[in-house]
Design a protein around this ligand. Structure first.
Ligand code: SAM
Length: 244
């Protein structure tokens, strides 16, 4: 499982380069997308297309090759395979067969964004891509409205204004949020503010509706307050029972 750059080619680690150069086959989402990256590092191995629409058919073929002793490097179009990208079926099947699966760590947009966002990072929940329609997005928000950790989701920049506005409605417009766009690329931008403000800012700026984006929202601050109050009441109850 080889992580590849999310924008800046210099983020392909020396270890990733070595593993890709030595693999018998490189499984990638789109060969047209990955070939130029590999070519830039002088890697000219066999490429095989493995994506969400052919995962069911290709995974058994890859497993046969693994059983035969070949080494397969799995990459995605960008970042870490399996993180909102294909590969889970293959990894699970390989592990069930006792095949060694090794991660070659590197860029991941969610972690990259969180590391520079200035939101609490001790606890977070990655929720992938929001649904595409407003009613579905509002229902989706309810699934983690009380999550105390920082929420992280992926979104295409052109849907960002609508998504941020629904997140403001579903989670509360006053929560702090950060939008990280075009990470590791020339026009990398971080916007910080309350969700509703960010929704307006993005809606008003065509530039913020271009490229790739990670949205992060602080967790529900009330959850910790409620837990603290419940814990205080519990401790007071114990103390009260001990007091003369
Ligand atoms: N596996 C990838 C990873 O490890 O980050 C994510 C793949 S997912 C299909 C693609 C989404 O990741 C984009 O729509 C965007 O939300 C986010 N993303 C990828 N590259 C990004 C970048 N350079 N800047 C901001 N977000 C990015």
């Amino acid at each position: 499982m080889v992580a590849t750059p999310i924008g800046n080619r210099e983020d392909l680690s020396p270890r990733a380069q070595a593993v890709l150069a030595e693999a018998d086959v490189i499984a990638c989402e789109d060969t047209r997308h990955s070939r130029p990256l590999l070519a830039a590092f002088g890697i000219a191995g066999e490429l095989l297309s493995y994506h969400e629409h052919n995962e069911d058919q290709v995974a058994p073929r890859l497993l046969r090759r693994l059983r035969a002793g070949e080494t397969i490097a799995l990459i995605s179009d960008a970042g870490t395979p399996l993180i909102s990208d294909p590969g889970f079926l293959l990894v699970r099947a390989a592990r069930e067969e006792g095949v060694r699966v090794e991660p070659i760590p590197g860029p991941c947009a969610a972690i990259c964004a969180l590391s520079a966002a200035g939101l609490p990072s001790d606890r977070f929940l990655f929720v992938g891509f929001p649904p595409r329609t407003r009613p579905q997005r509002l229902v989706w928000c309810q699934g983690f409205a009380k999550e105390p950790g920082t929420l992280i989701c992926y979104e295409s920049a052109r849907r960002a204004a609508a998504t941020l506005s629904d997140l403001a409605e579903g989670l509360g417009s006053e929560r702090r949020a950060v939008v990280a766009r075009e990470l590791t690329k020339r026009f990398e931008t971080f916007l910080m503010g309350r969700i509703a403000e960010l929704a307006e800012q993005v809606a008003a700026s065509p530039e913020h509706q271009l490229g790739e984006m990670v949205i992060m929202i602080e967790g529900d601050p009330r959850v910790d307050d409620e837990r603290d109050r419940a814990e205080q009441a519990r401790v007071l109850g114990i103390l009260a029972a001990e007091l003369p």
